[in-house]
Design a protein around this ligand. Sequence first.
Ligand code: CP
Length: 308
Amino acid sequence: MKHFLDINKTSPKALRQMIDHARRMKDARGGRPRGMEDDETPLTGRMVALIFEKPSTRTRVSFDVGVRQMGGQTMVLSGADMQLGHGETIADTARVLSRYVDLIMIRTFEEATLLEMAEHATVPVINGLTNRTHPCQIMADIMTFEEHRGPIAGRKVVWSGDGNNVFASFAHAAGQFGFDLTFTGPEPLDPERVFLDEARAKGVQVTIERDPFKAVAGADLVVTDTWVSMHDPVSARERRHNQLRGYQVNAALMAAAKPDALFMHCLPAHRDDEATSEVMDGPHSVIFDEAENRLHAQKAVMRWCLGV
Ligand code: CP
């Protein structure tokens, strides 16, 4: 069973094949993100369940469109509307869905829910985000970096802000794709050490630097994300803003990175909080390519899972 649960659980060879496949599928569409089915429709006759226990724009639309472009069909399910949200076990849900569909994508809160779904499903399961990681996003980010700047191996990526689930998948990717990663943010919002240690054990340089201007020196890519994640309590907002204000990605911070550094944000953004509109809409920014590449990268992930 080929589940796509996390970047560190998928071999570097398979990850590389998926990124390269995504590039080929994107090129074959002649640069159009929208429109008719692909020439190849390997998901013809296949049904994909897309389960959301949290809100989504990009993940929901890009998976849905991606399946349709490949000739398949989707069923978008809200966790709250399923029996899953009313006491049915994850294991039973996984067993039942496996009798109806060929592939399950789930966006959920606890990583344990994803893992239990994968353990009991008899079809592949894809992680569409948990509180802990967001691997599909980082597949799109690697693809985006490489289409603008070539191989990411050996490059320097700097994350400014909260050490959240998207950072965690960047740390997984650092080890698997071989790039150096610096985290800059306040100590209370440091990422879990296990993510940093695992990447270091794979031979890449992983650094924590409290001064954001020192952190971005020599950066090929500067990344940030919303200061208050979907699973964070609303009451944390003011404290988070006070902690993170100094880590805003603005023109001055980008000027301290390499002159050709890229800027990424997985979106949705709170403009002029974690990043200024000047940066988001400026010459370093590739945020909308990133969003588009969710579509292409996830098509490659789904084909890898199904072996088609
Ligand atoms: N980046 C991302 O996952 O976006 P959505 O929350 O809109 O799916």
